[in-house]
Design a binder for this molecule. Sequence first.
Ligand code: LMR
Length: 328
Amino acid sequence: MKISKLLTGLMICALPLAAVAQTPIVIKFSHVVATDTPKGKAAEFFAKRANELTKGKVKVEVYANSQLYKDKEEMEALQLGAVQMLAPSLAKFGPIGVKEFELFDLPYIFDNYEELHKVTYGPVGQQLFSKLEPKGIKGLAFWDNGFKSFSANTPIKTPADLRGKKMRIQSSKVLEEQMRALGALPQVMAFSEVYQALQTGVVDGTENPISNLYTQKMHEVQKHLTLTEHGYLGYAVIVNKKFWDGLPADVRGQLETAMKESTQYANKIAKEENDQALEGVKKSGKTQVYVPTKAERDAFKKALTPVHHKMEGRIGKDVIEAVYKETG
Ligand code: LMR
């Protein structure tokens, strides 16, 4: 009798423990782009692998297309712990006081993905992640998107074609300076608001990798797209540091493996996705796609590269020089 009572008592005590052990750890992963983009697909890939590798101990819930939070709010939500994981564009760290990430926004700083990877896979990338820790954020990986091109409702062949145009930008001082170097009027705006702003004429044009332009249907409200590929747009996958450090070590290790695999996947598909999106834009017949000549490219380069020197004070001359050194 006594023993059975004890057993019953133990079972009652054990129940909540068992329930805790069985409850999956939920990671809310919020982002602002469509599912059918490099970032959207990589987030889904991570959710699947995290679930498989942890044998169901972790459930990653992906919230795409700004359905939970817009750009600025998602950063706050991560710091407060309302979501656990994000992959904001590298151009969106200025508002939380981490200015060095804006080096990725410098026009023409990378000629191709290979040069970029020397930074994102190398010591400079790791150094950048260390800047996030005092903000309660841990950087896990860099995911690629691609090279940005300008779009508007009027043809863009020379830098002068953007003079006086209201151009939507992400929240980066480097991008602001870039637009000013062209004589354009930069307008910071959340990604989720861009389509409507283009449609209603609140802004005249924008810049984005083609995968973003196409999946948000921006090409339907932009008559001209010029493949300037003047700058890079990619992501830092970040987590709430307290949450991450508090995970059981084995689970964290499995999630690190899932992240490694997802990064390989993301960086493999990024270019393909952008190439396919460009085909989609061309097929739609809604936007005229223009490939600039070498002379036209050079003119953009000449107008935009002085932005590097101008932004040394903000990003840090040492950081910019470290990138030049890595990329040769
Ligand atoms: C933008 O705001 O244009 C991009 O950062 C969106 C994204 O996450 O790719």
